[in-house]
Ligand binder design. Sequence first.
Ligand SMILES: Cc1cc2nc3c(=O)[nH]c(=O)nc-3n(C[C@H](O)[C@H](O)[C@H](O)COP(=O)(O)O)c2cc1C
Length: 202
Amino acid sequence: MAEDWPDRRITDLFGIELPILQAPMAGAQGSALTVAVSNAGGLGALPCAMLSVEQVRAELSAIRKATLRPFALNFFCHRPPVFDAERDTEWRARMAPYYAEMGIDLAAIPAAASRRPFDEAACDLVEQIGSTVVSFHFGLPEERLLERVRATGAKVVSSATTVSEARWLEERGCDAIIAQGAEAGGHRGRVRGRRGATASAR
Ligand SMILES: Cc1cc2nc3c(=O)[nH]c(=O)nc-3n(C[C@H](O)[C@H](O)[C@H](O)COP(=O)(O)O)c2cc1C
């Protein structure tokens, strides 16, 4: 099948057999899916936004034991929101009937932000492990960190939700751009285009 695919730019760029990139899903998958996709010939991805540096290390060690193929490390680049107690109470009250319907304990949902943006510690880790692909969600890290990622030789990828975001990523030297669909599993975050807009994620 791979040899039937006419455009080899993506497969050559990432050193993979099939032109399939696994969508990273923080909180919904771990290294098992990454390994399965990479071993099947696509580009598996490990979402790191909800993992501590130690947890990423443990997942990496599991991946390395199970595959020698390329995979992507994936990070968020959002601005963490400032906790607003009034807003928190309001959305909890509004969502309560739906949580009850689904049998989810609303009290178990943390009030504080649980997604970490790409930072110094994550960048240190990327430098230490020398990942082949680093993908970002909700934009790109600040230039200083991005430069360090590039210097490792990793291919840099990020997701765009509009043409103007794609151009912005291209201007900043992304090796590939993921065009996110209109729904994106409820995980679509427009990061550019609106005045002062920066993605925010909990
Ligand atoms: C539960 C869930 C978690 C997600 N977490 C991440 C993530 O950690 N990093 C990321 O880059 N994208 C994340 N996404 C977005 C997906 O990777 C993907 O872009 C999205 O599902 C859109 O795919 P589509 O454009 O092919 O429909 C998540 C999506 C879902 C549904």
